[in-house]
Design a protein around this ligand. Structure first.
Ligand SMILES: *Cc1c(COP(=O)(O)O)cnc(C)c1O
Length: 367
């Protein structure tokens, strides 16, 4: 149907034809059809987190960061103190948001290839009763590492504090159920593992916590409490909704269900990841992470130290062959990343491996 390149990136991602086609309609934002679609999406997202009994889903216009900023601004009191677990750029970004909002925080920082240790979280919370909230990233997309959110959630709950999880790059693919993991908020977006198009973030938030958050927000457009109240009143968004994004999201969620929901999606991504990692290792590349720390979302590879290797030429060679990869974002090592999420299968992974072999050979690199 299209000659677009395959996106082996952390998002935006390759999307299915059905998802793109759903955008070929103009719908009124006050129309009953749109209101029904909106309500359906909110319910479906809650179900994915098995949170319908305890939480509500509040969508917000914009990319994922808008949802993170809305959750932080709305749910953390202005005079609160927060612990931020950082092992990559997205943890850093949450600290930056707190700086901009002028809210107090401490950090627990580990290297980009090292998950936060729940015992350290335990010690910090035990020593500081002022810390009311903990922020953690589920899959830190900087490296592709999976942080132990379940163990962290148990520690945070044990101290009676509130946990907010940035599950942007894992939601829908890696299990995150409110039945098993105690969280007050999970932030994610339309355009990662749920394979919609970009333009909408959402927060799965504990209803009792949201109810108590009135007046916290620093911002009108990012006030989740206000957004929720308005949506509960008449089913509508306060400000212009991304109508086409929402139509595409509904279609993407149909495909998600057809695939078998979260377990089905995880199975495809895990297979993509295995094919990609095995193939790249066979070619001679090394992964940053050991397999037991690696989420099947995005993989960081070390740059080869062959003098003929040049990342821009490598990138351009792959792009010419129909595959877009991503530069590294690490501070610890020179690297690049290849994603295995989006509307991709083993076939595209093998295609990408062929393109890598060909491009290396054109560059005169032998690993
Ligand atoms: C993609 C992502 C975000 C949001 O980034 P946007 O560019 O605003 O969509 C936040 N956290 C993580 C872990 C991500 O992977």
């Amino acid at each position: 149907m299209s000659t677009d390149p395959w996106l082996l990136t952390p998002g935006p991602l390759s999307t299915a034809g059905e998802t793109k086609e759903a955008m070929l309609h103009d719908v009124g934002s006050r129309d009953a059809e749109f209101i029904a679609t909106n309500a359906r999406i909110r319910a479906r997202l809650l179900d994915i987190a098995e949170a319908a009994a305890t939480h509500v889903c509040v969508p917000v216009q914009g990319s994922g960061t808008f949802a993170v900023e809305a959750a932080i601004g709305t749910l953390i009191p202005r005079d609160g103190k927060t612990l931020i677990l950082i092992n990559g750029a997205y943890g850093q970004r949450m600290a930056r948001i707190m700086d901009v909002l002028g809210r107090a925080y401490v950090t627990l920082e580990t290297d980009e290839d090292t998950p936060a240790d729940p015992n350290d979280v335990d010690a910090i919370l035990a020593a500081d009763a002022d810390i009311g909230h903990v922020l953690v990233v589920h899959c830190e997309t900087t490296s592709g590492i999976l942080n132990p959110v379940q163990a962290i959630a148990e520690v945070v709950a044990g101290h009676g504090r509130s946990l907010l999880i940035d599950a942007m790059s894992s939601f829908g693919a890696i299990e995150l159920s409110a039945h098993d993991i105690r969280f007050d908020a999970v932030m994610a977006s339309s355009n990662k593992c749920l394979e919609g198009v970009p333009g909408m973030g959402f927060v799965i938030v504990r209803q009792s916590v949201l109810k108590a958050s009135e007046g916290n927000a620093h911002s009108l457009s990012l006030d989740l409490f206000d957004q929720w109240q308005a949506m509960e009143n008449n089913g509508q968004w306060r400000f212009t909704p991304p109508t086409h994004v929402i139509a595409a999201f509904d279609a993407a969620l149909d495909l998600f269900d057809t695939e078998g929901g979260q377990p089905g999606r995880l199975a495809r991504y895990s297979n993509n990841c295995r094919v990609l990692v095995d193939g790249m290792r066979e070619i001679g590349f090394k992964t940053l992470l050991d397999d037991d720390l690696q989420a099947p979302i995005i993989i960081t590879f070390h740059m080869p130290d062959d003098e003929n290797f040049d990342f821009q030429s490598f990138y351009d060679g792959l792009k010419d062959k129909g595959f877009v990869i991503y530069p590294g974002k690490l501070t610890v090592a020179d690297s690049f990343r290849m994603g295995c999420i989006g509307a991709l299968t083993e076939i595209e992974m093998r295609g990408a491996l062929d393109a890598v072999r060909e491009t290396l050979s054109d560059m005169g690199v032998s690993l």
